[in-house]
Design a protein. Structure first.
Length: 318
């Protein structure tokens, strides 16, 4: 069953009527009901287009967090052939919040690292809602170093509210693990492309998103803190999250303008959760195009391009 967000209420009402009519459809009245269904479908499509043509930053935050939005493993299943996951950081243990391994992307060997939120209550608890522990980032470093050794490009998929802030994670060196993962991204001599799939939150995101090319889905968000967290700090009131979302410039359009990301991956009308196949294919095309732009660069040029990209962020802002 499709889940609707609050601002999608006009669309929800129309689509509910369509489902009611389809349930009542009988062979004798199929023509009449079919015509009414077609009329309502056209009206629902228009309503959906109207709603999604005037989204606010808070609306996009809600879409980025949509429970039915495809997650990392869905993109891996759709884009990566012969994927072989690897586990553990060879120091403490395995972190299910970060998925990593090797496979083939459109015929090319790649290393894939991504944050997985889970899609059911059981899987969300298992994946800790995509919030990684230090061992998750140390696993990411291990895989990046392996990819670098064997000259294999890296794809990272970001979808997290942030790194896990619990006592155990801090005791095991969360900040150090994030810093080392970020440094490992910067040190790669092979091309790396990052994709912000949903939420790109804080250092937990940048730890695997420090890439030659950073792509972002149209309705994803990317920020140093969540709107709720920013509202709590600025106004001591998390209810002002909508105001914070607007002021923080966390949408793909804003971040492209600021040079934080390199390209926007357009989503199907109504968001990626309405058409997984279209969203996943569009993401694959964008990743392939990004790698094509880096194909002629040598190892040192790859590192230099990445370094220059991040050093340039913020230098030309008015």
């Amino acid at each position: 069953m499709r889940s609707y967000l609050d601002f999608e209420k006009p669309v929800a009402e129309l689509e509910a009527k369509i489902e009611e009519l389809r349930a009542l459809e009988q062979p004798a009245g199929a023509v009449e009901i079919g015509e009414e269904v077609a009329r309502l479908e056209a009206k629902a499509a228009e309503a959906l287009k109207a709603v999604y043509s005037s989204l606010t930053p808070w609306n996009k935050t809600q879409i980025a967090r949509h429970p039915q939005r495809p997650h990392c493993l869905d993109y891996v299943a759709g884009l990566i052939a012969d994927f072989t996951p690897l586990a553990g950081d060879r120091s403490f243990g395995e972190d299910e919040a970060i998925v990593g391994g090797f496979g083939r992307f459109r015929g090319q060997s790649v290393c894939v690292i991504g944050q997985e939120k889970g899609s059911s209550t059981e899987s969300r608890l298992k994946r800790n809602f995509g919030m990684a522990m230090p061992e998750g980032y140390r696993k990411a470093v291990r895989l990046m170093e392996m990819a670098d050794h064997f000259d294999i490009p890296v794809i990272t998929m970001v979808d997290t509210a942030g790194a896990y802030p619990g006592i155990g994670a801090e005791e095991r060196g969360q900040a150090e693990a994030i810093a080392r993962s970020t440094a490992a991204c910067l040190a790669l001599k092979v091309p790396n492309v990052a994709v912000i799939l949903g939420e790109g939150g804080s250092g937990g995101a940048i730890a695997i998103a420090t890439a030659n090319k950073v792509l972002m889905l149209e309705h994803a968000i990317y920020s140093v803190i969540s709107p709720e967290g920013a509202a709590s700090i600025l106004w001591r009131d998390s209810a002002k999250a909508q105001d914070a979302a607007t002021g923080m410039k966390i949408t793909a359009d804003d971040l492209l303008k600021f040079g934080v990301i390199d390209a926007i991956v357009r989503e199907p009308m109504g968001g990626a959760h309405r058409d997984w196949s279209a969203a996943i294919n569009a993401t694959g095309d964008a990743v392939a195009a990004a790698f094509d732009q880096l194909r002629e660069l040598g190892p040192e040029a790859i590192r230099q391009q990445r370094r220059d990209k991040f050093l340039a962020i913020g230098r030309t802002l008015a």
